[in-house]
Design a binder for this molecule. Sequence first.
Ligand SMILES: [Zn+2]
Length: 127
Amino acid sequence: MGTSEQKHTCGRCRKPSEHMTVSVFTSDCICLDCAGDEEGASGYLQALEMRRQAEERGDTSFAGIGFSSADLRHVTVHRLRRQLRTLLDRCVHEEQFSARDSLIVQLRLALADGSGTCWTRSQNACK
Ligand SMILES: [Zn+2]
């Protein structure tokens, strides 16, 4: 759908991006940075293998195996760190400080117990 110049908003980090891909763990449409976060998760190879098996048997409705709490924690922490870094690079206006503080709180939560802000499985599915 659309041309290659068209920008999509990543369902996970909200960054506008030209290049999107499907999550290995879920059916979410995500940017390449978020896809990179998934690659370091401990369940990545298993998720990839399950997806490959689903493709092999022609299961087009396979939505991924979902995140274990450890994998969710991994991608959440990496996403928040990236978002924080981006924000700090251009954090010159006072109104951005509250966004920065909110990210720091979320990051602290994610590091503490693996929760933090996350997303639902089906909300950002590729159309
Ligand atoms: Zn993203």
